[in-house]
Design a protein around this ligand. Structure first.
Ligand SMILES: Cc1cc2nc3c(=O)[nH]c(=O)nc-3n(C[C@H](O)[C@H](O)[C@H](O)COP(=O)(O)OP(=O)(O)OC[C@H]3O[C@@H](n4cnc5c(N)ncnc54)[C@H](O)[C@@H]3O)c2cc1C
Length: 344
């Protein structure tokens, strides 16, 4: 009885008018890729919203809460994440392919490689051609020294006229790409940048800004601040930067320069989670998320970037504190480990 409800039969998905079959437990993105149907995508774990698409008909089961990454307006309009949606019935989907059209592949040369901390390296690239992006977005980066491998990195600089840009790459234990960037001299080598990707950028408004960065999650926040400062933005800023120990802090001079240039109030609060034995550290201690309530100004819009765990707890807390979902923007720095865990 009622066994049809648990049917393990494939369902059909019509994507921009093309029909494909979706196996039980398969996500829309997996099915589309398997059958050669284009859906823009990047992180594959619900972290970047590149694969957002509109559900016009049918029902899907979501593997993770799309609400952390899609705005209220998008949710109301029926947007879902293809990488996190398992169809429960036949579905009809609309994908905006203009987002793919805006994406370009640009060759580049690595012109500088500088160690910022014991595990974060800054790469400066000179692009062979221009690449239009918004400060806060990210790109897929590959380097000649590791053919066939690409990883996502946020632009750490605002778009500049000289076609140079920077990425900050934190060495992930056991990570192929980030270990290479942190341990081998790559200056002079060629690279490739595919982008722009992602929905993380500063929306125009007058509201105070709460910026929360964890580790290399500071990269897109620096780009946003550089861009906003050069455009004369004067919104009140509270920047919380979470790291472990004093040796994990970086870009402090850059942040001080931004603070001096900023036309409104600018508070910078570094927070160390492992400063226990360090009597010389006079700043904040604990988890960066624990400091949010103390600095949050009424009516703030929040921009969060860093490891998925930090983002999830910051989003939950901000919602408890009354910040509406449409005013919370987040970029999760997911890794292959996260993708594998999500797929398990
Ligand atoms: C939108 C976005 C923006 C990002 N921006 C930045 C940025 O600006 N700066 C930054 O530093 N990072 C950023 N990241 C993270 C970055 O893309 C990479 O994930 C990170 O650099 C790790 O790449 P890797 O090749 O070194 O590690 P990988 O080789 O991909 O491995 C990652 C982890 O998975 C583990 N792993 C690998 N294979 C397996 C397996 N088969 N089974 C189990 N575990 C496995 C590894 O041991 C390691 O711990 C961003 C991610 C996203 C999604």
């Amino acid at each position: 009885m009622l066994s049809f409800l648990n049917s393990k039969k494939p369902v059909s998905a019509e994507i921009n008018g093309r029909a494909i079959s979706v196996s039980p437990k398969e996500t829309l993105l997996q099915a589309a890729l398997r059958q050669g149907v284009e859906i823009p995508y990047s992180c594959r774990v619900g972290g970047c919203a590149t694969c957002k698409c509109k559900l016009l008909k049918g029902r899907v089961k979501e593997l993770t809460e799309a609400s952390y990454i899609l705005s209220d307006e998008e949710l109301d309009q029926g947007y879902i994440l293809a990488c996190q949606s398992v169809p429960q019935t036949d579905v009809r989907i609309e994908v905006d392919l203009s987002r793919v059209a805006a994406r370009r592949t640009v060759g580049a040369r690595i012109v500088e490689q500088a160690r910022l901390t014991h595990d974060i390296t800054r790469l400066r690239l000179r692009l062979d051609d221009s690449l239009a992006y918004k400060a806060g977005q990210f790109a897929e980066l590959s380097v000649a020294a590791l053919p066939g491998v690409s990883r996502n990195y946020s632009f750490a600089t605002a778009p500049r006229l000289d076609s140079q840009l920077e990425f900050l790459v934190r060495k992930v234990p056991g990570g192929r790409f980030s270990t290479l960037i942190n341990e081998q001299n790559l200056v002079g080598q060629s690279a490739q940048v595919v982008g722009p990707l992602g929905d993380f950028w500063l929306r125009p408004a007058e509201a105070p800004l709460l910026l929360v960065a964890g580790g290399s999650g500071l990269a897109p926040i620096l780009a946003m601040l550089e861009d906003a400062a050069s455009n004369g933005v004067s919104r009140s800023v509270s920047l919380l930067f979470g790291a472990r120990q004093p040796r994990d802090l970086y870009a402090l001079d850059e942040i001080e320069a931004l603070r001096r240039q900023w036309q409104g109030r600018f508070r910078f609060i570094p927070v160390l989670s492992e400063a226990g034995g360090d009597a010389t550290w006079e700043g904040e201690r604990g988890l960066v998320t624990e400091k949010i309530a103390g600095v949050l100004e009424a009516g703030s819009h929040a921009y969060l970037c860093g490891p998925p765990g930090m983002i999830d707890s910051a989003v939950a807390l901000l919602m408890q504190l009354g910040v509406t979902r449409e005013h919370i923007h987040a970029d999760r720095f997911t890794t292959l480990r996260d993708s594998l865990a999500a797929a398990a």
